[in-house]
Design a protein around this ligand. Structure first.
Ligand code: 0RA
Length: 653
């Protein structure tokens, strides 16, 4: 064999060996999708879109692209387009096929062959667009590059033909259209416009100067330029604007936004913060555009920088001279809303949900950045500085008073046995994994639930009327509240770990399901929101652990003679009535109290027939904004929200 032919033979062998490897990679993604995208539920489905968009964001961060569009098409497929350089289509030396095909079909290939690319973005799992391809029944990639339009299509990740040119163009960029595989995403393949647009808004704030348009072609809108439901997100000032959007429903304590943007020790750091008149602390942190729920070194760097700088300023001001106790870190963060965003080349993610940044070097970078930013601001705005320190002193004083209340909550839970709240009807099973507790609105419904339950594994905790609105209450009031104390004690959770004085300790959680059960009316949903607000602000780990559920009692009982069926909405009611043909009796349940124990068990509590809605936090930043709007002081935005969502409020009309 000639040398040339030998080389060719070798190349062919290599090529097939590599493509077998690639295939195995794709097969593995399809066999174990959760390993790559977290889960195959609603969250994983939307993750596919983020993965594709992240590639375009990378291109934008490298300065090659400023416009991205994302569309949910009429057939529920997704199209993402950018005006970047376009994925290269020339033959990849090592792989023997086009670079486009490598990017689309090789797990973990990403943009790695382009060493200069400024690649710090990438999804939570950083798995790349090839994973999306593997999990799609069909995907089409179109590249606009060198004056030519190139195209390649794939099925379940397999290329259907080599890259071909299909025409000429003056555009530049990449377009990807994909159809999620319903044999993988068995729960649903329907995309939520709201979920996607919330994420696109967030990305626009985190990457200023990039225009991101989100379109829903399933919904017509005569007023928008495209004729479809559409929003364009664009931020000139980045985090500075993001924080105004986030905190817009709270009353500002000072007028200014304190912000900085720059590089520290080679790490790009962006910080923005405001103080408001509330008592809650709202810290949001991002690494490479990913929300780091569990915090990490960047957040601890922020806290350290903040505490150090404010303490120094306060000491020098003499405003602390009369204070009889130490100011703590927490005191500096009451009424603080802040966003910290860093870009890290090789992020190490730790923690239960892999959303905690571990890189040591980031801590001092952020801490230094914050010190400089804050020192400047305090010097230039002495009035604001005074207002902030006064608020801190107030917080410290209140906290001092609250410590007792908090300790009570802690001590009680620690000696939990015998210390359970009198109102709790506990279950007999001792294994928390099997157990559930129903938080029930009102004593009378509580009584019915107690009769109807399976006492082996179901406990009942009745709550008196409306629980405290924690969004408006000072921390010590929260810990002094009887109903809230009962919740802590009944659940067996404690506050404070070695690392974080506010963290929730779930080691002794007594029930793995905590079910909120309220009337299916306006009052009921208000109480439900109050309880959720409490969980979100004070027991977020409980939600994140997947322990919080909402029960769904029926709205109607349709009867004809001996025949009886329940309905959960108007449509169901009408369908049942029709199937019973003839005159039927319809009972509208206004509250849980109208059901007897057996009915409540059959419809709402029996695991075999009930529907529990699990509470999840899809986007913590947006959830924070919504709670501050629903439960805060400002009335107009709340009214607007309720009017927009009047379908729910109308149930009783
Ligand atoms: C690597 C190299 C080059 C472009 C890209 C990746 C790229 C990837 C994606 C994914 C979505 N949109 C994208 N846009 C660009 C180009 C290198 C060059 O032209 O020199």
């Amino acid at each position: 064999m000639s040398e040339e032919a030998n080389k060719d033979e070798q190349k062919k062998n290599n090529y097939s060996a590599d493509s077998i490897q690639a295939l195995e990679g794709m097969e593995h993604v399809r066999m174990r999708p959760s390993m790559y995208i977290g889960d195959v539920g609603v969250r994983g489905l939307h993750h596919l879109v983020y993965e594709v968009v992240d590639n375009s964001i990378d291109e934008a961060m490298g300065g090659h692209c400023d416009t991205i569009s994302v569309a949910i098409n009429e057939d529920n497929s997704i199209t993402v387009r950018d005006n970047g350089r376009g994925i290269p289509v020339d033959i990849h030396k090592k792989e023997g096929v086009s670079a486009l095909q490598v990017v689309m079909t090789k797990i973990g290939a990403g943009g790695k062959f382009d060493k200069d690319s400024y690649k710090v973005s990438g999804g939570l799992h950083g798995v790349g667009v090839s994973c999306v391809n593997a999990l799609s029944t069909h995907l089409k990639a179109t590249v606009f590059r060198n004056g030519t339009i190139y195209e390649q299509e794939y099925e379940k990740g397999k290329a259907q033909y080599p890259v071909k040119s299909i025409g000429e163009t003056e555009d530049r960029g990449t377009e990807v259209t994909f159809y999620p595989d319903d044999s993988i995403f068995t729960q649903t393949t329907e995309f939520s416009y709201e979920t996607l647009s919330n994420r696109m808004r967030e990305l626009a704030y985190l990457n200023k100067g990039v225009s991101i348009t989100m379109t829903d072609k399933r919904k017509k809108d005569k007023e928008s330029p495209s004729g479809f439901l559409e929003e364009r997100f664009f931020s000139e000032e980045g985090l500075k604007e993001f924080i105004k959007f986030l905190d817009g429903n709270r009353e500002p304590l000072i007028n200014g936004v304190i912000s900085m943007e720059g590089e520290k020790n080679g790490i790009p750091v962006e910080v923005a913060m405001v103080y408001n008149t509330s008592y809650t602390e709202n810290l949001h942190s991002y690494v490479n555009n990913i929300n780091t729920h569990e915090g990490g070194t960047h957040l601890s760097g922020f806290r350290r920088g903040l505490t150090g700088t404010l303490k120094k300023y306060a000491d020098a001001s003499g405003m602390l001279d009369k204070l009889k106790f130490e100011i703590q870190g927490d005191d500096f963060r009451e009424g603080l809303t802040a966003i910290v965003s860093v870009k890290v080349g090789e992020p190490q993610f730790e923690g239960q949900t892999k959303t905690k940044l571990g890189n040591r070097e980031v801590s001092s970078a952020v801490s230094q950045a914050v010190s400089e930013m804050l020192t400047n601001y305090l010097e230039e705005n002495p009035e604001d500085a005074k207002t902030i320190i006064q608020k801190v002193v107030l917080a410290a004083t209140a906290r001092h008073a609250a410590t007792k209340a908090r300790e009570m909550v802690q001590r009680k839970t620690v000696m939990s046995i015998g210390g359970l709240p009198g109102k709790l009807s506990d279950c007999s099973d001792q294994n928390p994994e099997n157990c559930e507790v129903f938080l029930v609105e009102g004593d009378s419904a509580g009584g019915t639930a107690k009769q109807g339950r399976d006492r082996m594994f179901q406990a009942i905790l009745p709550l008196r009327g409306k629980i405290l609105n924690v969004e408006k209450a000072m921390t010590h009031k929260v810990f002094e509240n009887e109903e809230i104390k009962n919740i802590y004690t009944a659940l067996g959770v404690t506050i404070g770990t070695e690392e974080d004085s506010k963290a929730l300790n779930l080691d002794k959680l007594r029930y793995h399901k905590v079910v909120i059960m309220c009337d299916a009316d306006v009052d009921g949903s208000h109480i439900e929101t109050l309880i959720l607000t409490f969980f979100f602000r004070y027991m977020r780990e409980l939600i994140e652990g997947g322990h919080v559920y909402i029960a769904t009692p029926p709205l109607y009982l349709v009867k004809k003679g001996q025949k009886k069926r329940y309905a959960w909405n108007d449509q169901e009611r009408d369908e049942i009535a029709e199937s019973f043909n003839g005159s039927v009796g319809i009972q509208r349940y206004k509250g849980l109290g109208e059901m007897n124990a057996e009915q409540l068990w059959d419809t709402t509590m029996n695991p075999e027939f009930r529907t529990l809605r699990q509470v999840t936090i899809d986007n913590a930043t947006e959830t924070d904004r919504v709670f501050s709007m629903l439960m805060g002081d400002e009335v107009p935005p709340r009214r607007e929200f309720i009017e927009k969502n009047a379908v729910y409020a109308n149930i009783d009309a």
